[in-house]
Design a binder for this molecule. Structure first.
Ligand code: SF4
Length: 216
């Protein structure tokens, strides 16, 4: 295959993965911007499937930011127990809800800067909200995305910081495809390009990949 620029490569990867993931979506369950924001904070160091097991109970008890803002830490931590790090997560989501109430009248604001003023909200969460709630171009750099874009040679391997990986991705993944592209990386990381044992032999991106690993 002829040598592609990084931008061309990103576009080609998206085209190929369109076949596998015609409608890539976030796998967290939610019914409102508030719920997605809280579920995303909870998904740190935890699978989305596990988060989806606790959020129905959480949102039944605290359906809006104002309800969670007034919650008792122990009550919330009890609900979050199956997730691990439940005390820290409870503190983070209560702080986030309090910020929503105090700064934004209980509504989830639009804008990375506004979102990252909230407790527990980093750039990954803010980007997810920008893309999935507001339909803005977003660059969600989670562990899957970070690993795969390096293997594919879109971002230098030596870069560790998620914020710098996001900056690099902004240079090579066009805005019009960025939200879907990042969702695809998450699904592809679970299905094919696993951390420990990527399925390179059956991978549809191997022609484009800088790091084919032969497991057989
Ligand atoms: S060839 Fe292997 S390392 Fe490269 S993207 Fe595919 S599964 Fe991942």
């Amino acid at each position: 295959m002829k040598k592609l620029s990084k931008i061309q490569k990103a576009i080609e990867i998206k085209k190929i993965l369109d076949q596998r993931y015609p409608e890539p979506k976030c796998s967290l369950d939610y019914a409102s911007p508030f719920e997605l924001l809280i579920a995303t904070i909870l998904s740190a160091q935890c699978t989305d499937a596990r988060v989806n097991m606790v959020t129905p109970k959480l949102f039944a008890k605290y359906p809006m930011a104002k309800d969670l803002a007034m919650a008792k830490l122990d009550d919330v931590a009890n609900i979050l127990h199956p997730l691990g790090f439940y005390n820290t997560k409870a503190k983070n989501i209560i702080a986030c809800a309090q910020g929503l109430v105090e700064l934004y009248g209980g509504e989830v604001p639009m804008g990375i800067e506004k979102l990252t003023r909230l407790g527990g909200v980093g750039r990954k969460t803010a980007n997810l909200i920008m893309g999935d709630i507001f339909g803005a171009p977003s660059y969600v750099v989670d562990t899957h995305c970070s690993r795969i874009v390096k293997r594919l040679g879109l971002v230098e391997k030596s870069i560790k910081s998620a914020d710098i990986i996001e900056k690099k991705l902004r240079e090579v993944v066009p805005e019009g495809i960025s939200t879907d592209f990042c969702h695809m990386m998450v699904h592809f990381g679970r299905d094919v390009c696993n951390a420990r044992k990527p399925k390179c032999d059956e991978c549809e991106l191997k022609e484009l990949c800088d790091e084919i690993i032969h497991n057989s």
